[in-house]
Design a protein around this ligand. Structure first.
Ligand code: CAA
Length: 249
């Protein structure tokens, strides 16, 4: 069993998840980086590992977080092998943007399965283990759009708002086991998900951000590291916004 702190990060092949893994590794964690199964995703994850030359401190795990059965088959074995788990970052998420008038059931349902149902499938076995250990940190990557509501994202805003309710309720249950549960709500961050927005639409969004720029993935990952670390230990049930002032509560 490792004497390092162990963090599992979902949706690690690209964007915020990758940066969170990188920062955890830099700070002495052992990291389990999960990514969507499939050739392309596995290649992205492997290339990333090769480039970073991170050797034994990181382990890749192909995991479709939207597939309840698959998660419940793969996770217990991984947890058994690790021996302990200190941090879970629920980061995996997708968008299927369109106006509600035109939204198809699939566009609604896929977002719910990946962004919301996965919280049940992935978190429950890990939460139970953390409760047995008497310690743990769970950090859910929500979104500014779950707080403010975004045109063209009724599905995504619903799921990301749901993550915040999940965070608070689980924080209430986890406290007596010394398991802290928080959310990070990034604003528009320089990731493939955001750069895929049509240029004119993205320009008009940027114009509404008081800091007039996108967040860097490092700025979001820094918030996650803080909530996972020693000095974040008295925070639970909170949502930490990293949004350049786009939405001030
Ligand atoms: N508020 C009010 N009206 C708006 C609006 C807004 N924010 N955005 C667009 N409209 C209006 C437009 O002005 C337009 O009006 P007219 O027909 O009168 O000209 C109408 O709505 C249609 O707009 P579009 O031309 O954009 O419609 P479309 O069907 O081509 O595209 C869309 C719809 C795909 C949803 C597109 O608007 C879009 O991509 N919006 C951005 C959605 C977004 O922010 N996604 C975030 C992805 S990143 C992410 O999710 C990460 C994170 O956590 C932050």
């Amino acid at each position: 069993m490792t004497d390092k702190k162990v963090a599992l990060v979902t949706g690690a092949a690209g964007g915020i998840g990758t940066e969170v893994c990188r920062l955890f590794l830099k700070n002495g964690y052992k990291v389990i980086a999960t990514h969507r199964p499939g050739k392309e995703k596995t290649e992205v994850a492997n290339n990333w590992l090769r480039e970073e030359k991170l050797d034994g401190d990181i382990q890749l795990l192909a995991l479709d977080v939207s597939d309840h059965q698959a998660v419940r088959e793969a996770l217990p074995a991984a947890l058994e092998e690790l021996g302990r788990i200190d941090v879970l970052v629920n980061n995996a998420g997708i968008t299927r943007d369109t106006t509600f008038k035109k939204m198809e059931w699939d566009q609604w349902h896929q977002v719910m399965q990946t962004n919301l149902d996965s919280l049940f499938s992935v978190t429950q076995p890990i939460f139970n283990k953390m409760c047995d250990q008497g310690s743990g940190r769970i950090i859910n990557i929500s979104s500014v759009n779950g707080l403010k509501g975004q045109y063209g994202q009724v599905n995504y805003s619903t799921a990301k708002a749901g993550m915040i309710g999940f965070t608070k309720a689980l924080a209430a249950e986890g406290a007596r086991f010394n398991v802290c549960v928080n959310a990070v709500a990034p604003g528009y961050t320089a990731t493939p998900m955001v750069t895929a927005i049509r240029e004119d639409v993205l320009d008009s969004i940027k114009a509404t951000i008081p800091l007039k720029r996108l967040a860097t993935t490092e700025e979001v990952a820094g918030a996650v590291l803080y909530l996972a670390g020693e000095t974040g230990g008295y925070i639970t049930g909170e949502t930490l916004s990293v949004n350049g002032g786009l939405y001030m509560q």
